[in-house]
Write a protein that binds this ligand. Structure first.
Ligand code: NAD
Ligand code: ZN
Ligand code: ZN
Length: 345
């Protein structure tokens, strides 16, 4: 079969690989029908994630059809359409028992990281019963691909950790796929005002279409001064960081109101300075973490009921064997006006 193979920093190829086989009784082999590329894949390609070995198939998102199941798999059979979670979970360990699947003792984020991933014709999913979800009849498969990673990330680490409440004023820094997922899922909780902050005017325009009440363009405006002006000097109830650099975490520290929350979603590679000398007196909470995808069942229900449409994040479509071209487009997202790309097998 063919797969998108990481060959060390800066190098990748659409190459031949052995078709995966059942290795453990709990494994499921899935034939991919749709997959996508994540910002994390770009980080890996830059060499930012040294735990990824050369030869690894990338990708941790997608939908497909069950090809084969191990002897212990009870919930799925060949021919079933499934959604693949970016987080693998055994369902039995101490962390899985408290729904902290991100820290499963035999799983977590391993797909396209420590084991071969979804940017391939076939993928092996360990602990299939707990790491796959049946696809409802007639579901929009492009929208479902957004439920593998970005939508649960936005909801769990941005909205739920940030404790977004009805009427709140919230700010989301970073209007990429993850920030947009925060924007879409925050609306479940009816915040009063949603301010989207980014430097890319095209992404801010899209954010307005997706429900942002206000936008601030970094570079053209000072986000801290603007937020303080908008809120009568109080700041925002929830500041959500969806970029992963010190400058944006700093904005959050300066705009959070007394009693508010800073929810960090971004993956950071360098330390940030915590301004505890200013924040200690403000009765705030700071949260951060890796997505567990424990909200996937709830997101499936909201998608089914038409309460949210993450399919609108898809801007480009390619055939799976055009994946190198898709990487070019996704890697130049601002120039190409790209948000999420779908690869159709
Ligand atoms: N915590 C988790 O479990 C988890 C899961 C998935 C992704 N992430 C992380 O979430 C972050 C966002 O992911 P993404 O795919 O949306 O990334 P992205 O790179 O597509 O989007 C980031 C956005 O931030 C904007 N930006 C960059 N610098 C800025 C600045 N100084 N001020 C304002 N805006 C700025 C960019 O223009 C871009 O629109 C990444 O760090 C990613 O690794 C975390
Ligand atoms: Zn991802
Ligand atoms: Zn577990």
């Amino acid at each position: 079969m063919k797969a998108l193979v990481y060959q060390g920093p800066g190098q990748k190829a659409w190459a031949d690989k052995d078709k995966p086989e059942i290795q453990k009784p709990t494994d499921v082999i899935v034939k991919i029908t749709k997959t996508t590329i994540c910002g994390t894949d770009l980080h890996i390609l830059k060499g930012d994630v040294p735990t990824v070995d050369a030869g690894r198939t990338l990708g941790h998102e997608g939908v497909g059809v069950v090809e084969a199941v191990g002897a212990a798999v009870e919930n799925f059979k060949p021919g079933d359409a499934v959604l693949i979670s970016c987080v693998t979970s055994c369902g039995k360990c101490a962390n899985c028992k408290r729904q902290l699947y991100a820290h499963c003792s035999d799983g977590g984020w391993i797909l396209g990281h420590l084991i071969d991933g979804t940017q391939a014709e076939y993928v092996r999913i360990p602990h299939g019963d707990n790491s796959l979800y049946p696809i409802p009849d007639g579901a929009d498969e492009e929208a479902l691909v957004m439920l593998s990673d970005i939508m649960p990330t936005g909801l769990e680490i941005g909205v739920q950790y940030g404790n977004v409440k009805p009427g709140d004023t919230i700010a989301i820094i970073g209007a990429g796929p993850v920030g947009m997922s925060v924007l879409l899922t925050a609306q479940f909780y009816s915040p009063g005002r949603i301010v989207m902050i980014d430097m890319d005017p095209a992404r801010l325009e899209l954010a307005k279409q997706f429900g942002a009440t206000d936008t601030i363009q970094v570079g053209a405006e000072d986000p801290v001064a603007k937020i303080l002006e908008m809120t009568g000097g109080l700041g925002v109830d929830v500041a959500i960081e969806a970029v992963g650099v010190p400058a944006t975490f700093d904005i959050c520290q300066k705009i959070v109101s007394a009693g508010g929350n800073i929810a960090n979603v971004g993956v950071h590679g360098t330390p940030v300075q915590l301004h505890i000398e200013e924040l200690w007196i403000k009765n705030i909470n700071i949260s951060m973490g890796l997505v567990s995808t424990n909200t996937t069942p709830m997101l499936l229900k909201t998608l089914n009921a038409g309460k949210v449409n993450p399919g609108k994040l898809v801007t480009h479509r390619f055939k799976l064997d055009e994946i190198l071209e898709a990487y070019e487009v996704f890697g130049n997202a601002a120039r190409e006006k790209a948000m999420k790309v779908i690869l159709n097998a």
